[in-house]
Structures are given as C-alpha cells and as structure tokens.
Design a protein around this ligand. Sequence first.
Ligand code: ATP
Ligand code: MG
Length: 412
Amino acid sequence: MAHDLQPVRGTRDLIGDDARRHFHVVDVARRIAATYGFDEWSTPIFEQTGVFARGLGDTSDVVMKEMYTFPDRGGESLTLRPEATAGICRALVSNGLTQSLPQKVFYTGPMFRYERPQKGRYRQFHQIDIEVLGSGEPLADAEVIACGWAILKALDVAKDVVLELNTLGDPESRAAYRTALITYFSAYKDQLSEDSQARLDRNPLRVVDSKDPGDKALVANAPTIHPYLNAASAKFYDDLRRHLDRIGVPVVENPRIVRGLDYYSHTAFEFVTSALGAQGTVLGGGRYDGLVEEMGGPHTPCVGWAAGVERLAMLLDAAPAAPKGVAVIPVGDAAEAVALDVVQALRDAGIRAEMGYRGTVKRRMERANRTGARAAIILGEAEIARGVAQLKDLETGDQAEVAIADLVSKLA
Ligand code: ATP
Ligand code: MG
C-alpha cells in the first residue's frame, strides 16, 4: 500500500524535548491528583458510538462534526473517544460501581477529534482529566477545581492562567433562563448568524456560546443567569465560591461560560490563557449531574474537568532537562566483561548508566559528550588488574583514579 512515511494530518510524534514536556505535564498531574485522593483509571480507546452520541438531543460540535466513527469488521459502529468522561461513566456502570460512591478518578490518554489542525489543535491530542463521580456537594466542585489549580501551580504555569467560573443552575433555573434568552435574542433575530438563528428556539444557551463576532456583540448585552437562579442554585454557587476562597483559588466570574447540553448543571469553568493565541482554553470542566442517567445508569451527580496536555506543554517555560547518565567505556575487548558488571551495578543502584554496544574509546567518549552524560568510567585492562578505573567528570573535565568497588558510592 502506498504511503509517504508522514504522520497522519493533525497527529504528532513525541520525541526528545517534546516528549519530555509532555510527560512532565502528565507526571506532575498524576502526582498532584494522587495527593487529592484520585485513583487512576484506564478505559478502552474506542467505545460503541452510542456511548458518545446519545440520540437527537446531542447537538454539540464534538458529536455532530468531530468524531472518528467507523463500522468495524463485524458491522458495529465504533468511535475513537473524543473525550474521557463518557467512557469513565460507562465504566462506572459496567463495573457495578454506582453502589460505591463517590469514585474519584484521574485519567490521561489520547483523544481523537476531526478538527482543522493548527497550533494547539490536533486530531490526536492528549488530555489529563479529573472526575468525582457520585457527589452533588459543592465541596466536590471546589476540590476538583482546586486540584486543577494545584496542577497548574506545580507546572509553574498558573501565572499565565485565569480561572473563569459560572453557574448554570439546576434544571428549573435554567428553564427560566432559557425563556429569558429566547425573549432577548428574538428581538434581534435577523441580526444573528445563521447558526444561531437555527439554534435560538431549540438551544439558546448555544447562542451565548457562539464564536461569531456579530453574535458576540449581541451576547454582550444578553441577560446572565444570575437573576434566574432559584434559592437552592444560588446557595450552591455561593457555597462553591466560599470554599474556593477558603482554599485560596483566585476566581474571575464569567457569566458567558455556558454549556448547551441538558445533562450539565451548576458549575461551569475554564482555565484560560492569553499566551496561546486562539487556543486559549487549557482546561475546561463543570458539573454534569444528568449524564450517567442519560446513558442508562442510575442518577449520579458528577463534576470534573479535562485539560489539553499539548496546550499545557506549550505553556511550560522550558523543556525539562534531559536526564544525565554515566557512560561506561571499556578499553579493548577484554575489559568489556568488567564494564558490563560495572554498568549493571550502577543500574541496580538506580543510577542511569550506559555502555555503548561497540566502538573505539574515542567514539564512545564522543557519544558520552553528545548525549549529555555527567561522567565517564574508563576501564583499561591494566587498571582492571589493579581493581581501579578512571572516573571522569564530564561537566568539570576532572579525572581521577577510583577503586571499581567504590564507583557506585561515588556516583550515587
Ligand atoms: P476548544 O474550544 O479549544 O475547541 P473544547 O471546548 O472543544 O476546546 P473540551 O472538550 O472542553 O475542549 O476539552 C478540554 C481541553 O482539551 C481543552 O480545554 C483543550 O485544552 C483540549 N483540547 C480540546 N480539543 C483539542 C484539540 N483538538 N487539540 C488539542 N487540545 C484540545
Ligand atoms: Mg473543540
């Protein structure tokens, strides 16, 4: 089959600095999430299409335009997951965990969306993801947001990022808000974009979300949800802000953050940056009390977020330094066996060490310098006979004779 050895459009290879940035983000997120009591799950990369596309009500761009959906050889419609949450909720139900709540899940892995590739927007990208499944308490929302903020701080990117927060209220509050939005936008119907006109009656919250510049001008003066919150929804939002204040997470309220789908409620938030151009949202999340039920499980209130690893990796000031190892260099074939013992002893002690597979001493030294080794151990036959080696510090250039038995303790 013809191919040109290029990666598929919108996908990338992670090698060298790119890989170090990427895995640094994932490692830090995993470590911080663990301190907040989250356990890591992994679910399949593909699911039955119905896990993501749930009937005619779902008008989100992801489901309508962006999914990689294909029939498998048995004729079943499968979809490469565009996000983690639906698979996690499916797994909660499949594994009978709806009786053991709450579940606190950390997730990371590749996601797939058929989008126009550009900086910070790919067709295979990666997310880190936090979900609390089975709690309707605002403390859960606060914990989930605080964990995201802690990860951004640990990555040293919090200085470039702002938490924007809103509430969508409960279904009763949202119904009142919908009516108010329809009334407001109907007065300007002929000025709205075609998309927004089509959405107005069915889903006016999506008009608030519109990226069209003309719509945005109208949205700026549209009513916010706050006057339409019933007492319970207003209290939920107040409690959340009080918890966030107590934890010390700075908040900017943004009433324009909405979600168009019915299963969302209460909290909606984004962590945004101006450092990445148009792709300014690094992390997005909120409460989705209706999703598990909509998928066919029991009513299970949930809250969570997902962040793009690529966007966070771009925000890092610098790539983490490449690890520095020790190069073990035998001089001549007879020294190789002892060199093998030395490299093994270093590795057993947890020290990164390598012995080249072949080559002259000069070549091996060149490689040690090129790969950024911190030290070289040079093992000549005459020295081996005396139980010693040359230890060269490649940062200072200092060289000294060291007993082979002392090498591990010297380099630890
Ligand atoms: P956007 O408005 O940028 O399309 P979104 O609302 O589709 O984002 P979510 O579904 O909330 O994004 O996903 C959470 C995070 O995943 C985003 O904030 C972003 O950091 C990242 N993300 C989403 N789509 C992509 C993509 N195609 N490439 C890289 N990262 C992405
Ligand atoms: Mg998108």
